[in-house]
Design a protein around this ligand. Structure first.
Ligand SMILES: [Zn+2]
Length: 248
């Protein structure tokens, strides 16, 4: 208690001395990242043609529901999220899950790859893991570690920089590369624990690699499709030896 009140007094003192420092120098929190994601998601949804195919949207929502239920047990915070799931026929979109559980899936992408349900589950599970593992927040925290100067600037500038500032992006690339591998690995575990057969989950990576055109091409922030496929097959082989999927 004494510690908390000391910290509270310190926070109050800092706030009284320098309101600007509080506004600009507060490190981003998960609450802020989630609030911003909700705004950006609403803007995207308003721009795109969404949910045009009822059957496809229902398919995505049915598969996502099982994964979200599983995530709620594996990551209790996610059980309180305001999940939203929409689909689009925009060929420039792929699939993503923004912080706080805002999912958008392109029907064009899913049909181009010819994904069966388990493969769609793998795609969704990968994206859900990015959100559940708070990858956006961790990217901002990494940017602040690499360049503490960002702490003096409005958060909205950092938010833009992680996607558009080439110098910062290249410095973030190694940790973003690891986030992709983590989303693959944890995504397969999530979908497997939700009841999907591991070998079928790995099928997503086979189709993704086939569609990529450059399966052996890695980027600084993105593993090559073929390396993702190899890792998925190895993980699936291990999981298949384990008859128990979910303990609870
Ligand atoms: Zn990813």
């Amino acid at each position: 208690m004494a510690m908390i009140s000391t910290l509270s007094r310190m926070a109050l003192a800092v706030a009284m001395l320098s309101p600007a420092a509080i506004v600009h120098a507060e490190p981003p929190t998960q609450e802020l990242v989630v609030a911003r994601a909700a705004i950006l998601y609403a803007e995207r949804i308003a721009r795109l043609r969404i949910d045009r195919d009822d059957r496809f949207t229902a398919r995505v929502r049915r598969i996502a529901a099982g994964l979200i239920a599983r995530a709620g047990r594996d990551y209790p915070d996610t059980a309180r999220w305001q999940w939203e799931i929409h689909t689009t026929d925009d060929p420039d979109q792929n699939a993503d899950c923004m912080a706080g559980g805002k999912i958008l899936v392109s029907q064009s992408y899913v049909e181009r790859l010819g994904l069966i349900d388990a493969e769609l589950a793998m795609l969704l599970a990968h994206e859900i893991e990015h959100a559940a593992l708070q990858h956006n927040l961790k990217e901002y925290q990494q940017a602040l570690r690499l360049d503490p100067g960002w702490a003096q600037r409005p958060f909205i500038e950092l938010e833009d920089a992680v996607d558009n500032d080439r110098r910062l992006m290249s410095r973030l690339a190694p940790s973003n590369y690891e986030q992709e591998q983590e989303a693959d690995r944890e995504g397969m575990l999530l979908a497997w624990r939700a009841g999907w057969p591991a070998a079928q989950l790995a099928g997503y990576f086979r189709k993704m690699a086939r569609e990529s055109g450059w399966p052996n091409h890695a980027k600084p922030d993105y593993p090559s499709p073929s390396s993702r496929l190899r890792a998925a097959r190895a993980q699936a082989a291990t999981l298949q030896k384990n008859p128990v999927q979910a303990a609870d």
